[in-house]
Design a protein around this ligand. Sequence first.
Ligand code: AMP
Ligand code: MG
Length: 291
Amino acid sequence: MKTGNLADKFRVDSGKHFRLKDFDPADTGYWKSKDHAAEALQEGIAKTSDLQDKLYAQNTWALLLIFQAIDAAGKDSAIKHVMSGVNPQGCEVRSFKVPSHEDLQHDFLWRTTRVLPERGHIGIFNRSYYEEVLVVRVHPEFLNNEGIPPSLVTKKIWDERFEDIVCFERHMARSGTVIRKFFLNVSKEEQKKRFFERLEEPEKNWKFSSGDVQERKHWREYHEAYEDMIGNTAKKHAPWYVVPADHKWFTHLVISSVIVDTLESLQLQYPKVDPEKKKELGAARKQLEKE
Ligand code: AMP
Ligand code: MG
């Protein structure tokens, strides 16, 4: 089953007319059920695996995948599923939680910059520097922990953050790091359903944090922050995908198709063997045959 340009519908690369309400969290496109999409899902994983092998061998491009969402939208499960066929040697997943004391001694891009993917690798950020314009924006008192000189904290701070992020991502893109950003768009009803599952199913209890229910009270503020963030940081060099997240299998299909399309667009090739190297291979073969 071809996924075609499945993800185009969810791509935002210019923020001009961006409105979150134009995106339906329950959308499943042409696909009717998980079973209906099963073959396409498998195909995406197999293709990612082949493409990653070339990415690693070619060792020029890096791919950075950023996952942002409110609680229980399915970031962890999307990462687990989509990367299931990937060689761990060329892939690193980094999770960013409440910043440490050391993190707070630096600018807000520091902790993520230290662990950007190297050439040939795929880096996955489970949360990222975008928390600075999400949780910190919804709870501006967190800014006080950052130790920024007070004269630099003005009403313009969020616009300045957007500008810094756009410039940073453009810099990375110009150096060969391809960036794709995913906002997992879950509905308020589905989040509630998933919280209940976490409360009721013993194997999911560990995932529940009462802080999540507190944050749910700020649903509107978070959505305004997400809308403003996507509108201001969606660029051709670093597009956002507003991925429907009420049906996990569809979330996985969209993300997988973005990864495959992105890697295919790089026209990756295994390194060509030059005549010198060919000679070397021939000599090694002869030596082995002599044994
Ligand atoms: P979880 O991913 O569910 O383990 O939760 C991680 C928590 O860390 C979330 O509540 C985030 O909002 C929080 N967090 C991540 N980055 C920041 C940040 N820069 N400042 C404050 N809290 C953060
Ligand atoms: Mg959580």
